[in-house]
Structures are given as C-alpha cells and as structure tokens.
Design a binder for this molecule. Structure first.
Ligand code: NDP
Ligand code: MG
Length: 393
C-alpha cells in the first residue's frame, strides 16, 4: 500500500486530491490545513467512515497553534494525533511512512514543507508553484541531493511532463508552448480594468480554484509564476517558452520538438487528471473524467497574452532574467497585493503595479541559495507593498 500526506487538504486541490486518493486506494498518513479546522475535521471523519482503518489519517495538523485545542477536542474520539504550527506541517511532510507527499498549500508558506519532504527523501507531487518560484534553485538542488522526484501537479506543467515522457531526451524539446486561458479579462485594456470588483476577478471562465490563484489568473500573474515554474522544472529560459492563449482550456500545454512535431496534452479542465498522474507516474490508472467532444466544441480558439495590459507577466519575465531572489520579490509583492485586493484595500490594477514596482526598486541580498535569504527577500517585498498601500513608498 502507498502512503501519502496531503498538505493543504482543505483547499481546492486538497479536496480533489482526497477524491483521487479514494479512487486509487491510497493510505492517507496526514492531512493539514491552515485555519479551516471544521473542514479538516470533516475530512478526517469521512476517511474513518469510508476507508479501512489502516488507510485513515494518523495525523491532523493546523498551521495555527491557536486552533490546536479546538482541533484536538473535535477529533478526541478518533485515533488521530493532532498537531499545530508550521514545524508540525513540515513533520507531516517528512513522516517516514510517506511514499509521496502532495503539497497543495498556497503561497510561499508551502516552501518549508516542500524542502522538508525532499530532505526526508520523499517524492513530491507539487501543486504549490510558489515553492519553485521563490526557492527554485534550492528546491531543485535539494531534490537532486536526495535523489527524489518532483512531479508537477499544475495542469500546464503536468501536460508538458506528459508530452516529454515519450522523448528519448528532454533536449529534443525546442520550445515549450505554455497555454493560458486568458482569464476573465481577456481582450480588456487597462482603462477597462480600473473598476474591476473582487467578485468579477473571482469569476474564472474555465476553472474553479482557490481565491489567490483565481486572482493570479485574472492578472496573468499565474502565467508569470508558471513561466518561472516551467523554467525550473524543464531547464528552460523564458525565451524558450511561448505563452499561447487557449481560451477553452482544452489543450493544457504543448511542446515543439526539434523535428517540428508538436505534442499536446488535452482533456476537459479537471485538476484530478494532473493530480492523479503525479501520484501514479509513470503509470496511468483509470479515472472517470468529463468527456471532451471535439464535435460539440467545433473549434479551439487561440490568442496572444497582452503584457502591456497585464503587467505581472512582464514583471515575472524580468524577475527571472534578473535571477537570484528577484522571482521571490515578485512573488512576495504579489501575495501582499492579492491579499490587499481581496480585502478591498487596493484596486485591481495596483496588483500589477506593485509587482513591477517591487522588482524594479528592491535590491535583494544574496542569490537565494538558503531559506533565510529567501524569507528575508519575501519580507522585504511585503514591506515594500505595505508601504505602498499606506501611501508611504
Ligand atoms: P486554496 O486556497 O483553495 O487552498 C490552500 C490550502 O493551503 C488550504 O488547505 C489552506 O488551509 C492551506 N494553507 C493556506 N495558508 C497556509 C499556511 N500559511 N500554512 C499552511 N497551510 C496553509 O488553494 P488552491 O488549492 O487553489 O491552490 C493550492 C496551490 O496549488 C497553490 O499554490 C496554487 O497556485 C496551486 N494550483 C492550484 C490549482 C487549482 O486548480 N486550485 C491549479 C494549479 C495549481 P485553509 O483551508 O485552512 O485555509
Ligand atoms: Mg496552471
């Protein structure tokens, strides 16, 4: 039996991952959440009501130490160890029984658990793209040193990964065609976006996801983060990656091979497919997914990403070119800006301006080879954003 810990189980990816684990009959070692301990309790209880006892979670962890007693009381009747705090989430990632860890935490909060899983020699199914964006070199070198795999869960990166499985060497890839839906504001210009509300930005045309990534999709920051993620995962430079808007999100990404052949991975927009592939790789297991009818679709619609309107995308490319800790700066500024936007404190367009402003004006110390440097750069970016929002920058 294969054992897994699911970090961020109460989120959009986490919930679908539990469904996939049920489908695959995996044993769940640990489930972790931030503050939604009600959902965490429900998830643990559901496991104990439908799964064999030896497949049920033995650890339930909240990131918030203040919720420890509440969670402990809630699960007192079950043979589950309750823990709290980031250290405990890292321990859940490193449990000796884990065969694989799924990291579906949102934001840079996922970086430490990513490193813990890799340091413990665990294969990592990675949804938390912010780990790679903020700590790319450190994450990759930790994976190499511990001889473990990072299996992409992000649908585009899973698609690229699936496309290259049949090649004799990754060098046969000339170019990556990273697809993007374009988000809810595709075709709009800056003047149209001045008064965008939180509700409008939270309406993604094709995917239902957590709030942060949904806003990232509306600003195209998500594509910028994914570009950096793809550079790290597949050893490419931004100029080797073309962003192709694919409005229906049916083509999840493509690779152009050096003989001119283009390989694409397609399917209905359903995250359970990349989640499951990361857990079963190199094999495929059955999964009931919505069918794609090309006859009903009639056509696939393509377009171009507009970097003049969506500043985040340009800022991410620039951050990657500057190298070192700049992607971490871009990410930290974005996390702060998205939180402020969701709280109604700043307008939509301020997100892109904040990310660009941080990348252009901050000069982070170090190359990003240590966790402390990365966390310092993240703090500097958040401070920059906070000053900007209070009008003091
Ligand atoms: P959600 O916001 O839906 O879920 C995030 C999860 O992380 C929740 O379990 C949340 O707990 C937990 N969490 C939040 N903050 C912390 C923290 N400080 N410490 C520990 N745990 C925390 O996000 P998504 O599921 O949408 O996304 C997760 C990751 O996957 C992101 O990096 C995203 O970019 C990536 N991704 C998501 C896709 C999707 O379809 N949703 C597609 C591709 C990639 P709680 O519920 O208690 O707040
Ligand atoms: Mg994606």
């Amino acid at each position: 039996m294969k054992y897994i810990s699911i970090l961020g189980s109460t989120g959009s990816i986490g919930v679908q991952a539990l469904d996939v684990c049920g489908n695959l009959g995996l044993a769940i070692n640990a489930l972790t959440a931030n503050r939604n301990i009600q959902r965490l309790e429900e998830q643990v209880r559901r496991c104990y009501s439908v799964m064999a006892a030896d497949q049920c979670p033995r650890y339930a962890v909240t990131a918030d130490p203040e919720l420890y007693h509440e969670l402990k009381t809630a699960l007192a009747d079950l043979p589950v160890q309750v823990q709290a705090g980031m250290e405990a989430i890292c321990e859940a990632a490193a449990l000796p029984e884990n065969d694989i860890v799924l990291n579906a935490v949102v934001g840079i909060a996922g970086l430490r658990p990513t490193l813990s899983a890799l340091e413990a020699g665990k294969d990592l199914a990675l949804a938390n793209k912010e780990s790679l964006v903020t700590g790319g070199d450190l994450v990759l070198s930790t994976a190499r040193e511990n001889n473990v795999h990072i299996l992409p869960v992000d649908s585009e990166h899973s698609a690229i990964f699936q496309c290259i499985q049949g090649l004799s060497s990754p060098d046969e890839v000339e170019k990556i065609l990273l697809t993007a839906s374009g988000g809810p504001f595709y075709g709009k210009k800056q003047a149209d976006l001045e008064k965008v509300t939180v509700q409008q930005a939270l309406k993604h045309p094709n995917w239902s996801m957590g709030a942060k990534i949904t806003i990232d999709s509306a600003t195209l920051m998500n594509k910028g983060l994914e570009l950096i993620e793809a550079c790290h995962l597949f050893g490419k430079r931004p100029e080797d990656i073309e962003i192709v808007v694919q409005r229906e999100s049916v083509i999840h990404s493509m690779v152009l091979c050096r003989d001119g052949a283009i390989l694409a991975q397609m399917g209905a927009p359903d995250m359970r497919v990349p989640i499951q592939y990361a857990l079963t790789w190199p094999r495929r297991a059955p999964l009931k997914t919505p069918p794609v009818s090309f006859r009903e679709l009639g056509k696939l619609t393509f377009g171009e990403a507009d970097e003049e309107t969506f500043l985040c995308l340009k800022a991410c490319k620039r951050a990657f070119d500057l190298g070192g800790l700049y992607p971490c700066i871009a990410n930290g500024a974005n996390e702060a800006a998205v939180t402020a936007f969701l709280q109604g404190k700043i307008p939509f367009l301020e997100i892109g301006e904040t990310v660009c402003g941080a990348v252009d004006s901050l000069r982070p110390d170090g190359e990003g080879n240590s966790l402390s440097e990365i966390l310092e750069a993240d703090s500097a970016a958040r401070e920059y954003a906070a000053k900007r929002f209070s009008g003091k920058s």
